[in-house]
Write a protein that binds this ligand. Structure first.
Ligand SMILES: [Mg+2]
Length: 401
């Protein structure tokens, strides 16, 4: 099922907070710069108010330069405590509506509202309620732009597209067209340097980016090329990273450098991912009762399904066996598998399930020992023999443990 992600972004954040706090500053060209006690005339603009932006004042501009183009500009020293307080209110309001929340910066959050909103209409209504609650919590001068889309990448592009105070909804069926209409510089992940490199190879728009073969992008930019090829179509498997709350799901996805057409290739990578997921799961002392798999094909079609288990699990092999049992009957290898994703959810907190069977107890000891190795030497310190890369041209029967 497609996710519904909302990106909420304060407009001209620090400047709006200052205008909210001081009515005399409202409607005026102001810029927040430097910090209290510092020489603000020798610093740079952190945020310009809407009125100052209209006069050409930009972020990172030297204050003397900003004053030159806008002589009536009022420069206010930065007051982090004030902004921190409003950020905390933003988070409190958003948490009320979010299945999952990621604070992206001081004035931006992503929330997953897939479960809470149910559909895109519900999400639009929710956005209006969030805006109402924020007005009560933070004041009417602090406005937000909101974007709603199937992933973080497009949600951020959407909120960016109408400022200030916009609400932009991009349903899955509109993603291709919407993304095409956006300038490359607006993509979170395409900075000025990458924009320049792309321009050097003739890519100045999403439309031209789409004309480049995926293989060429990967050749030029390695794994970033994969990201670019997907981003050109508004595709991303970005997950919300919630620092505060316990996660509701733990997942991992893998994009193949080429579209594989063989079962061993898919199965091998699935197992390797499940080992990683399992390690993160055990790191939080969780066992999971739900396994979900997701596949995306070379033709951009996708499929996914989930299963509730009777006995919660926490080891990579069992997760992988369940995932494969779900995936294999519906896998269409003729379409070429571009990406596979796995996630586990429905957690219970437990140290380790106590098993009555001797074979399982032995396996648990192995898992505990491997976790110690991984904790000490890092995530990639061990892997199963069956997940080692196959040398070119060599294939062997797949061993599952
Ligand atoms: Mg902002």
């Amino acid at each position: 099922m497609s996710r519904i992600i909302m990106h909420i972004d304060f407009n001209s954040y620090f400047a709006s907070v200052e205008q909210q706090a001081n009515p005399h500053l409202r409607g005026k060209a102001i810029a927040v710069a430097g910090k209290a006690g510092g020489d603000i005339n020798r610093s740079v603009v952190t945020t310009a108010s809407r009125e100052a932006k209209a006069r050409g004042v930009k972020t990172a501009m030297a204050t003397w330069q900003a004053k030159k183009i806008c002589p009536e500009l009022i420069i206010i020293p930065s007051d982090p405590q004030k902004y921190g307080d409003i950020t905390a209110r933003l988070l409190t309001v958003c948490r009320k509506y979010a299945d999952d929340l990621e604070q992206f910066s001081t004035d931006e959050v992503f929330i997953d509202v897939t479960g809470g909103a149910g559909n895109y209409f519900g999400a639009s209504m929710m956005a209006l309620m969030i805006r109402r609650d924020l007005k009560t919590a933070c004041g009417s001068v602090c406005t937000v732009s909101i974007g709603i889309a199937p992933n973080k990448l497009v949600a951020k592009l959407a909120s960016e597209s109408v400022k200030p105070n916009g609400l932009t909804v991009v349903r899955p069926s509109d993603v291709e067209d919407f993304v095409k209409s956006r300038p490359l510089a607006d993509f979170c992940g395409i900075g000025p340097r990458m924009e320049k490199r792309l321009a050097e190879i003739g890519v100045t728009s999403v439309a031209t980016l789409r004309t480049l073969p995926r293989a060429q992008l990967i050749n030029l930019f390695k794994s970033y090329g994969t990201w670019l090829a997907d981003a050109a179509h508004g595709l991303a498997t970005d997950v919300l990273e919630d620092d505060d709350a316990a996660p509701k799901s733990i997942g991992h996805s893998y994009t193949f450098p080429h579209d594989p057409h063989t079962i061993p290739e898919v199965k091998k990578n699935l197992l390797a991912m499940c080992d990683r997921v399992a390690w993160r799961l055990r790191g939080q002392h969780f066992v999971a009762s739900r396994v979900s798999v997701y596949v995306r094909y070379g033709d951009f079609g996708s499929d996914g399904c989930a299963k509730l288990l009777n006995i919660p699990i926490s080891d990579g092999l069992t997760i992988s066996q369940n995932a494969w049992a779900l995936l294999s009957p519906r896998l269409d290898l003729n379409r070429g598998v571009r990406l596979i994703g796995i996630s586990v959810s429905d957690f219970k907190t437990i140290k380790l399930p106590v098993s009555l069977f001797r074979k399982d107890r032995r396996m648990q000891r192995v898992v505990v020992a491997l976790d110690r190795v991984q904790t000490k030497f890092g995530q990639d310190s061990w892997h199963r023999a069956s997940t080692t890369p196959l040398p070119d041209g060599l294939s062997h029967g797949f061993v599952t443990n």
